[in-house]
Design a protein around this ligand. Structure first.
Ligand code: SAH
Length: 235
């Protein structure tokens, strides 16, 4: 396993590698019970899920808005826990919250977190459109991450409301310049701007981290009600 991380310039500590080895084992076990993912082969799981999730740390460190404060990161549409769980393994001092509208996926995440002894992971069952309007979640997070969840303009409307002003949103995406261009209006409506775009390759697939900063508070009309951001994206 180590050589697959090394191939992508990721140096892991022994105790982190041990957790990933255990994760692979329990992920496959779960995979045989419920249809977790079509990706079954070990190397594919390691590269497409584990490496892909933590490669972000090459480009970005999770830093607190204020010194000595815990960093709060939410993973929106976390599914079976990607990128959240691998990130939680290598960032033990950061607090992660996985949000998804499908409760049974979150149950699997909780099992994984328990077996991996991850104390920095919690989950919330709900829709982005509803939680993003709640005071407990709105403008409460330092970082939002999200992989394979929605078309960028829709995704921005889901994610930006959760961020504190000055917070960072990272979209894990396939490399698609047109999609990036289509986000212009959503970015300005929601009070955000693109900081940087980092391309990388995993399994011959061109992927991208789109790193976005929230520069001003988001108007309370966003996110719009359930279904609207998807059906009528801000384009
Ligand atoms: N991030 C994971 C899963 C991607 S699938 C990975 O990369 O493997 C997208 C996930 O987003 C699904 O689990 C789905 O239930 C969730 N989802 C889709 N729309 C949502 C919404 N509006 N609010 C909350 N979760 C949503």
């Amino acid at each position: 396993m180590q050589k697959l991380f090394k191939k992508h310039n990721l140096e892991l500590e022994d105790h982190e590698l041990k957790k990933f080895e255990k994760f692979l084992e329990i992920f496959k076990e779960k995979n045989s019970q419920i249809n977790l993912s079509a990706i079954r082969e070990d190397e594919a799981i390691i590269e497409k899920h584990f490496v892909d999730s933590i490669l972000l740390n090459i480009f970005l460190d999770f830093e607190p808005a204020y010194e000595n404060q815990k960093v709060k990161v939410a993973d929106l549409g976390t599914g079976w826990g990607f990128p959240m769980l691998p990130l939680a393994i290598v960032n033990p001092d950061v607090e992660f919250t996985g949000i998804d509208s499908v409760g049974k996926k979150l149950k699997a995440i909780e099992d994984f977190a328990q077996q991996l002894e991850l104390k920095n992971v919690s989950t919330i069952n709900g829709r982005a459109e509803e939680l993003g309007q709640k005071v407990d979640h709105r403008e409460q997070y330092d970082y939002i991450v999200s992989r394979a969840m929605a078309f960028l303009p829709t995704l921005l409307e889901f994610c930006i409301p959760f961020l504190k002003v000055g917070g960072i949103f990272v979209a894990y995406k396939l490399n698609d310049k047109e999609e990036l261009k289509s986000a212009k209006k959503a970015l300005s409506r929601l009070g955000a701007k693109i900081l940087k775009v980092k391309n990388y390759t995993i399994w011959d697939q061109e992927r991208t981290f789109i790193i976005i900063e929230k520069v001003s508070s988001t108007h309370k009309k966003y996110p719009r009600t359930t279904g609207v951001p998807l059906q009528k994206p801000l384009v």
